[in-house]
Ligand binder design. Structure first.
Ligand code: AMP
Ligand code: ZN
Length: 143
């Protein structure tokens, strides 16, 4: 399946690449939320956050932390968002996993979804619903 980020990695498509090592590539988002908006991808293709193997995720997180610090410093930004969209309702449009690093400046814009209020007892219900699957899958977590 054709993947624009694989094509960028393979130099079959152009991008403004800012960082590369054995496992990771980072380049500027073509439609930036703020100038300097950067995408960090694993060189191997994984659809989303849940399918990236742990070792590669470690490397990706490490690179993302490094690049976020450099982007912030080089643009003299006041902060930054690190975001990953997973699945269509979450806004994912390219199904090659990536972190967004969005440099932020004082009072540039708000990024706050509307929030909900838990009704009586419902927070506990959600908690136990999720906890029961945590118990079920703990062996996967523990390796
Ligand atoms: P997402 O919607 O979270 O999957 O993010 C995909 C991002 O990739 C979007 O912000 C796009 O603007 C960006 N994008 C898509 N095609 C390219 C490209 N050829 N070069 C750089 N960024 C791209
Ligand atoms: Zn890909």
């Amino acid at each position: 399946m054709e993947c624009i980020f694989c094509n960028i990695k393979d130099r079959k498509a152009e991008a403004e690449i800012i960082f590369e090592d054995e496992y990771v590539l980072a380049f500027l988002d073509i439609q930036p939320v703020n100038y300097g908006h950067t995408l960090v991808i694993p060189k191997l293709h994984y659809d989303n956050f849940l399918t990236v193997p742990k070792d590669e995720l470690d490397k990706l997180i490490h690179a993302t932390q490094f690049i976020a610090g450099v982007v912030k410093r080089s643009l003299n930004a006041d902060g930054f968002n690190v975001i990953s969209n997973n699945g269509n309702p979450a806004g994912q449009s390219v199904y090659h996993f990536h972190f967004h690093i969005i440099p932020r400046f004082n009072k540039d814009f708000t990024l706050k979804p509307t929030t909900k209020i838990y009704g009586s007892g419902t927070m506990q219900e959600y908690g136990s619903q999720i906890r029961s699957l945590i118990s079920k899958y703990k062996d996967i977590y523990n390796g």
